[in-house]
Ligand binder design. Structure first.
Ligand code: FRU
Length: 484
């Protein structure tokens, strides 16, 4: 059965079969959103890394295409990005008016296969002259070689003010993001370094630098620099002058695009139509246990695509994230509640493991209150809020199948600070079989969590442990599968 296996996400992208990790090469071109992704053509765990390919017109319904950039005898093809070379700065076009698409990625070279830890990483490019269908590796590769073992994940974009390409890469162990500039994508000059900064508890990977509009304003907005660090992500907000990134958030503030355990390697789209907010996609998994999750014949999925804006509170800029609007087209019938309250438990009159839930609560002033999804018989994933500590947490310890891996069983909960807004808590949750994404307070805080519940765990239960919680409104939609 296609896309009907246990735990298979119904509206998150996952490959039909085999392993995936990071999204790569996100680029919009000629009416299509391209999604390349780290892929093992040979199996369901990490290895033989290559770029697989899918396209979509709405960022939700994906059409799988042929493997785009396969590994070769020398190199595995690690993460990177894609640009539209409108002016043929690279010179790859073979006839007038032809526009090359250029993929910039890390070549992971293991000179002696018996010593896989003695690798080198350099930046390579490949080009497509048929709008992304087929790819040719550039004969002059590498285009950037620092003679480093760890140096990877190039995010390239066109910097209009300075009329040049900018490449953002990381030195993972040094906790440094590097900026390089180029007129033609083939020759690169070092511009500056950023870091160590913020969270340096794990190696840095997959950086991105982009302009994000400020909520309620038109225009380009502020610059956001983000990176992954095992096993989560962080971002900085400030200005980029074409050479240096200046962080404007307080130096001791660590901000995360996602506070759940399963959002990693997120990057944004290049070349979006003017006026469209940036779109971020991450890998909905965690290297601690990624290769052990109990799914077959595929392993891992992408997060929902999220539109980005910024807002300022006090002297701190925060990202606002909203799942792309097209998701509304997947909505089936709605079940609605208004003005309920509970001081123990209330069962919502709808069920499902493939749904969207939008709720507004006035939490009890003490104790925990919230919602259990994929619920039955005391089981379920618990979304709970504590008004005294202002903490929102997701707890998957009672979701059934958690003991397939020690690390997974050990990472049972995640927490983020979510201040009430005018005394209210708004929760927008997307449950999709084995992925839960919770957007709190209009997308200011997001938590993404994997769970592997039995198919019959499908209840929705509101609870309030000490005192009364008001449920001002709740709407739940069954969502249609994108794979039908
Ligand atoms: C992040 C990462 C990248 C690397 C890729 C290899 O998840 O480790 O740094 O390019 O995966 O598959």
């Amino acid at each position: 059965p296609t896309y009907k296996e246990p735990y298979r996400p119904q509206y998150h992208f996952s490959p039909h079969h085999n392993w995936t990790n990071d999204p790569n090469g996100l680029v919009y071109y000629k009416g299509e959103y391209h999604l390349f992704y780290q892929y093992n053509p040979m199996g369901n765990t990490w290895g033989h890394m290559s770029w697989a390919h899918a396209v979509s017109k709405d960022l939700l319904h994906w059409q799988p295409l042929a493997l785009a950039i396969p590994e070769d005898e020398k190199n595995m093809i690690f993460s990177g990005s894609c640009v539209v070379d409108k002016n043929n700065s690279s010179g790859f076009a073979q006839k007038p008016g032809q526009i090359p698409l250029i993929a910039v990625y890390t070549a992971h070279i293991i000179p002696d296969k018996s010593k896989p830890d003695d690798y080198m990483q350099t930046q390579h490019i490949a080009y497509s002259l048929d709008d992304g269908s087929t790819w040719t590796k550039y004969s002059g590769n590498p285009v950037l070689d620092l003679h480093k073992k760890d140096f990877r994940d190039p995010k390239v974009f066109w910097y209009e003010r300075g009329k040049k390409w900018i490449m953002v890469t990381v030195l993972p162990n040094e906790h440094i993001v590097q900026f390089h500039g180029s007129p033609d994508l083939k020759t690169w000059t070092h511009l500056s370094d950023f870091g160590p900064a913020g969270d340096v508890s794990g190696i840095w990977e997959c950086p991105d630098l982009l302009q994000v509009p400020v909520d309620g304003h038109t225009g380009k907005g502020k610059w956001v620099l983000m990176n992954s660090q095992q096993f989560t992500m962080q971002y900085f907000v400030g200005e980029f002058d074409g050479t240096v990134f200046h962080n404007e958030n307080p130096a001791d503030t660590i901000l995360r695009p996602d506070y759940g355990p399963d959002f990693y390697a997120g990057i944004t789209y290049n070349n979006l139509p003017a006026g469209q907010d940036p779109v971020l996609i991450g890998w909905a998994n965690n290297w601690k246990y990624a290769q052990a999750i109990p799914t077959s014949p595929w392993r891992s999925a992408m997060s929902l695509p999220r539109s980005l804006q910024l807002k300022k509170t006090g002297n701190t800029w925060t990202l606002l994230q909203h799942p792309v609007k097209a998701l509304k087209n997947l909505r089936g019938a709605v079940v609605e509640w208004k003005n309920k309250s509970t001081s123990s438990e209330l069962v919502f009159p709808a069920k499902g493991q493939v749904l969207e839930l939008d709720a507004e609560l006035i939490p009890a002033t003490a104790g925990n209150c919230g919602i259990r999804l994929a619920a039955d018989d005391g089981l379920g994933i618990i979304i709970s809020y504590n008004a005294a500590t202002q903490q929102l947490s997701i707890d998957r310890s009672k979701t059934g199948n958690i003991h397939f891996d020690n690390q997974f069983a050990a990472v049972t909960s995640a927490t983020a600070r979510v201040p009430l807004q005018a005394g209210k808590l708004s929760l927008h949750a997307f449950l999709d079989k084995s992925i839960l994404e919770v957007y709190a307070n209009d997308g200011a805080t997001v938590l993404t969590t994997q769970l592997f519940p039995a198919a019959n765990l499908d209840g929705i239960v509101f609870f309030s442990e000490e005192g009364t919680t008001k449920i001002l409104s709740t709407r739940v939609w069954a969502l249609k599968s994108i794979w039908q």
